[in-house]
Structure formats: C-alpha cells, structure tokens
Design a protein around this ligand. Structure first.
Ligand code: FMN
Length: 379
C-alpha cells in the first residue's frame, strides 16, 4: 500500500491517492468525515477551523460503497480558496494581492527561512502553504480508509491527551474507555485535568503565547509477528516512529515506557513471559508497549507523541525580514493556541496508515476476503 498526499493550505484542494487496497473493502465516508470534524475541534483552535468545515469526497477507486482494487483518490476542497484564488491560482495571479499576502518576516519554529533559501523563493508563502499542518486534513481522510481496512481484520486504534503544557492526566484507562476522550474539551479522559488544561490554554492565549502536549495512542487486536527484526527498515517501532515524526510539530515518539524505561533497572522494565493453559503465551505487564525486536508481540500497542507549542505567537517572536535583512517581529497569521485535540485523531490516522501497510505486506490478498482469511489463520 502506498499513500501520496498533495495540496497547498490555501490552494484549491487537498488530495490523497492510496494504492494497494484490496477489493471489497467497505468504505464509510461518514466515518471519515466524522474524523475530519474531530480534527477541527478541541479547545484552543484558531479562526480557520470555523471557515473550513472539511468534508472529504471520493473521486476514484470506490463503487457502490466498496473498493475496486484500483487506486482510491480522496479530495477535500479548501473552502477558503474562494478568498485566496487571486493569489493562489495556478494561472497568472494578481500581483498587488500577491504582494499583500507576501510573507518575509519569517517565523521561528517554521519551515519559512530554511525553505526560502533551499527553494530559492523570495516569498515564504511558497514554503508555508505546503509546510502547514493543513496537510494533516487529507492524511486524516486517508487514515479513515486505512482504519476501515484494519477494523475489518479486528484491529482498532484509540487514544487520549495525556498532557498539555505541564497539566497531566495521570489516569490508567482500558482501551474501550478511550472513546470518552473525543467528548472532552482538550481530549483528556480525566475531566478535572481537562478543565485545568482549558484554564492553562486560556491563560497562555491572554499572554499571546501557545501550548503543545502529549498524546497516548493505543492499538487493540493486532496479532503478533507484524514488522520484522530481519532488516532495520522492516522494524515496526522504527516505521511507526517515522510516520509519527512526519506529523507537523511532533518532536518525540515513545514506545511503551520509552524514556522512563531508560531511567529504571531491567527488573522493573521487561515483561516476563508466561504460558497459558491453551498452549499460548502471555505477559502480565506491557511496558514494552506491544513491540519487541521490531515485531508486534500480540499485546496492545502503546505509543506516545510529543507536540511542541504552536510556533506562531500572537505576540510575535524576534526574527529578520528576509527581504531587507532588518530586525522584525515574526508574522502572525490567525493561528491555533493549542491543537493537541486534533493531534490525537491525526496520530490515529498515521498509525493506521503504517499498520495497514505493514499488515498488507504480510497478508497480501487481492480481496478483503483473502486478507481476512489469512489474518484469522495467524496465531
Ligand atoms: C493540528 C496541527 C495544527 C497546527 N496549527 C498551527 C497553527 O495554527 N499555527 C502554527 O504556527 N503552527 C501550527 N502547527 C505547527 C506547525 O505546522 C509546525 O510546527 C511547522 O509546520 C513546523 O514543523 P515542525 O514543527 O515539525 O518543525 C500545527 C500543527 C498541527 C499538527
């Protein structure tokens, strides 16, 4: 399976092409659009989320609600393009409007400065339009398709917000409880912590400042043996980390106990193995987060992702004007104060993409029936 995404933040549309899906996968567009609505929700989001109200369309590869086995193309039209067509058109643009929208006070924490130098641009808009996390909308839509493939095999993904700028949800939650996180303001399970996080974000907003946070992701139902220790490129933990690190603003990925394990002794970290009475094996603990030797071991996958604070501050940071070299205050287009709630659903989508790809490499199958039969035969 292969995913390609394309599109600029204020361009006509965002597009994704997924190659390699088997035939007869039932695709529920409403579920995909539900995920897109979650991506636009959560306390601390900026004005753009009110303009867009994203809806995905399926352009190819699905007929009568089922995949055909051909590439599936998804599209989200940018409603805001109506306000930007004069300076974002593929044809000749209005030079006055282009000048007005030009960004040269390059923003720290963004691709702006390195991007203009690398791609020989004088306007950082030619960089930020693609670097923007607006791209995650189409990854969430594609992730919706991947989730439906995994779900047909009995693999489900969930998660919650664990931390926002120092406010922590320290609870331990069963996978089936995690749906609640999609109903709270910031995405935490513990409502007291969630309310504190809202207060923290509001205080930061007043100061013209921003927040990041930590999301925990969990995967239930993944059988053992996905990924491989045979080559570095096949390791499941490495592939998940690569996928998650590709999300804008992600600066850390932990598998299982991660950094905490490094600070503990072996006795309190490794999961001892026991035989059950049906000829199988189990572990009484899951500090490894469901992956050993680069392979799923049959336990729940437990991953954490760390998001840095949003880099566009309303009280702009010090920078230089790239056009003149003079000292300047960084440009501050309308922006989120905290997007951690959105990160949870984006990270679910990325985990789904990686897992569906890894699973399909092992199972193959031209049809969903073949894929399901092969999955069900595995120990
Ligand atoms: C869901 C989401 C929303 C974001 N919203 C904003 C935003 O409104 N303003 C901003 O400056 N950065 C925002 N970011 C972060 C930037 O996209 C990101 O920091 C930037 O592209 C630089 O990439 P890097 O942090 O991975 O180096 C957001 C990130 C995500 C995942």
């Amino acid at each position: 399976m292969r995913l390609t995404t394309a599109g600029e933040s204020h361009g006509k549309a965002l597009v994704a092409i997924i190659e390699g899906l088997p035939s007869h996968l039932k695709v529920d567009l409403e579920k995909i659009n539900e995920d897109l609505a979650y991506r636009q929700s959560g306390f601390g989001r900026g004005a753009r989320q009110k303009i867009e109200k994203d809806k995905a369309e399926i352009l190819t590869g699905v007929r009568n609600g089922e995949t055909l086995g051909s590439p599936v193309t998804l599209c989200i039209y940018n409603k805001d393009y109506a306000n930007w067509s004069a300076c974002m058109s593929d044809g000749a643009c209005d030079t006055d409007i282009m000048e007005k929208k030009k960004l040269t006070k390059v923003r720290p924490g963004h691709a702006d400065l390195t991007g203009v130098i690398k791609f020989a641009q004088s306007d950082a808009r030619n960089i930020l339009e693609r670097a923007s996390a607006r791209e995650t909308a189409i990854r969430v839509a594609a992730g919706g398709v991947y989730k439906q493939y995994l779900s047909a095999l009995g693999v489900e993904i969930g998660g919650f917000v664990k931390e926002v700028c120092g406010v922590k949800d320290t609870g331990v939650y069963a996978f089936d409880e995690l749906k609640k996180a999609k109903t709270t303001q910031v995405g935490m399970m513990d409502e007291t912590a969630d309310a504190l996080a809202v207060e923290r974000i509001s205080a930061l907003k007043k100061e013209g400042d921003t927040a990041g946070g930590v999301v925990e992701l969990r995967v239930k139902g993944l059988k053992s043996g996905f990924g491989s220790m045979m080559t570095y490129a096949e390791k499941l933990d490495a592939r998940l980390a690569q996928g998650l690190m590709s999300i804008q603003a992600i600066k850390g990925v932990e598998i299982g106990d991660g950094f905490r394990a490094a600070a503990s002794s072996g006795k309190s970290v490794h999961d001892e193995i026991f035989a059950d009475n049906k000829g199988g094996f189990y572990r009484a603990t899951n500090r490894a987060g469901g992956i050993e030797g680069g392979m799923s071991n049959g336990e729940e996958l437990v991953l954490k992702v760390a998001m840095k604070p949003i880099p566009t501050l309303m009280k702009g940071l010090k920078t230089v004007d790239y056009a003149t070299g003079a000292e300047a205050t960084a440009a501050s287009e309308r922006s989120d104060v905290c997007a951690i709630f959105a990160l949870e659903i984006i990270a679910e989508a990325v985990v789904a993409q990686v897992l569906a790809t890894v699973v399909s490499e092992r199972l193959g199958g031209d049809t969903m029936q073949e894929a399901c039969e092969r999955y069900n035969r595995l120990p």
